[in-house]
Design a protein around this ligand. Structure first.
Ligand SMILES: Nc1ncnc2c1ncn2[C@@H]1O[C@H](COP(=O)(O)OP(=O)(O)O)[C@@H](O)[C@H]1O
Ligand SMILES: O=C(OP(=O)(O)O)[C@H](O)COP(=O)(O)O
Ligand SMILES: [Mg+2]
Length: 402
């Protein structure tokens, strides 16, 4: 179903409340990768150039309804202002007097960024009262937060109950590319999963088993599977309550004839820190207590490269290791290079996720893959074939024309 976009509206003199995904990686308050901000610029620029006042909403991290200063969007306001070479009015509130005042004092063409939507408990609960408060600030809701589209929250879904919601250019671009690449993926189709949001993402594998020819697992995700297979994983990150699901997935992969590839070795350390002692343990021999797997090892890299070779479609979400620290970046880097290589040979390749996108930028391979998606969980659920609530809430073209 084609979605209504910002281009379908007359924006002149309108107030837009625009949901973006500015959930960027931060280290000590500094933005380490601004891909998600850069990707939202075309929609913001279009809106202000066409005479709208733009009120931006985003979450950052998971502050769980509490106002935690380390999750403030203030550094994002500053970066956005630099990128646009224009003032961004940051209001460290979500509604109420300071917000109303800022809007009343603003002119068409101005940009206001409110504080982290997840500072209010109502956001993730999709609280209608909160959604209404935001809807009352504007005439139209613009949804450009593809990275959040798998969440049914007040700022992207609830708000559409009160004012029309249309897609921004990033949302439109992501839907177009992912639909085309995955409606009938050319085979062999390889899916690579890693990262740290294991309990969130392990569920998508069940449906992906009906689509992919091979599934490769790295990152923290690997340890839940390895533990389910009875391996010693030391102090590596394991989601204990997903062990049964992991077993089911392993059985189902066998039944369906899907190659399910787990690493055979891991780079381990006792602390997640740069410069600490590292050891490579073979999975069959086990990881000793006190040691954590923080990257896939060299034999696993070779194995994964073999499995990736000659794929026609590759979808990757979640870094293979803690790539933010140089000591543990190698697996992610080598897999990224292998994917770039297959892209050159003609494969369609998609890398998704806030952190995966940061990794691909770090290794300067952004332009060597077919598509870098700003969504990790969102792109996975899209590939799985699910209708994402954040997309469903956007008005369909037909509906508005009727
Ligand atoms: N073995 C591991 N142990 C702990 N964390 C890991 C491991 N491998 C990867 N990670 C972490 O996973 C994080 C990214 O996970 P996630 O948010 O799921 O990916 P994405 O943002 O690409 O969707 C990174 O910050 C990375 O450091
Ligand atoms: O960073 C995000 O997803 P990702 O890590 O899967 O790319 C999105 O902003 C969603 O964040 P959430 O997983 O805390 O809801
Ligand atoms: Mg992430």
């Amino acid at each position: 179903m084609e979605k209504m976009t910002i281009k379908d509206l007359d924006l002149n003199g309108k107030k837009l409340i625009m949901r973006v995904d500015f959930n960027v990686p931060l280290k000590d308050g500094i933005i380490t990768d601004d891909t998600r901000i850069v990707e939202a610029l075309p929609t913001i620029k279009y809106a202000i150039e066409n005479g709208a006042l733009v009120i931006l909403l985003s979450h950052l991290g998971r502050p769980k309804g509490e106002r935690k200063p380390e999750f403030s969007l203030k550094p994002v306001a500053q970066r956005l202002s630099e990128l646009l070479d224009k003032e961004v009015i940051f209001v460290p509130e979500l509604y109420g007097e300071p917000v109303n005042k800022a809007i009343a004092n603003a002119n068409p063409g101005d940009i206001i960024l409110l504080e982290n939507t997840r500072f209010d408990k109502g956001e993730t609960k999709n609280d209608p009262e909160l959604a209404k408060k935001w809807a009352e600030l504007a005439d139209i809701h613009v949804n450009d937060a593809f990275g959040t589209a798998h969440r049914a929250h007040a700022s992207n879904v609830g708000i559409a109950q009160y004012i029309p919601s249309v897609a921004g250019f990033l949302m439109e671009k992501e839907i177009k590319f992912l639909s085309k690449a995955t409606s009938n993926p050319e085979k062999p189709y390889v899916v690579i999963l890693g990262g740290a949001k294991v309990s969130d993402k392990i569920g998508v594998i069940t449906n992906l088993l009906n689509k992919a020819d091979k599934i490769l697992i790295g990152g923290a995700m690997m340890f839940t599977f390895l533990k389910a297979l009875g391996k010693d994983v030391g102090s590596s990150l394991v989601e204990e309550d997903k062990l049964d699901l992991a077993k089911k997935i392993l059985d189902s992969a066998k039944e369906k004839g899907v190659e399910f590839i787990l690493p055979v070795d891991a780079v381990c350390a006792q602390k997640i820190e740069s410069g600490v002692e590292k050891k490579i343990f073979k999975i069959d021999e086990g990881i000793p207590e006190g040691w954590m797997g923080l990257d896939i090892g060299p034999e696993s890299i070779n194995l994964f490269e073999e499995k990736i070779a000659n794929a026609k479609t590759i979808a990757w979400n979640g870094p293979m290791g803690v790539f933010e620290i140089e000591d543990f970046e190698n697996g992610t880097k080598e897999i990224a290079l292998a994917i770039a290589n297959e892209t050159e040979k003609g494969a369609t390749t998609i890398i998704g996720g806030g952190d995966s996108a940061a990794a691909i930028s770090k290794f300067k391979l952004k332009d060597k893959v077919s598509h870098v998606s700003t969504g990790g969980g969102a792109s996975l659920e899209f590939l799985e074939g699910k209708e994402l609530p954040g997309i469903a809430a956007i008005a369909n073209k037909k509906k508005i024309e009727d």
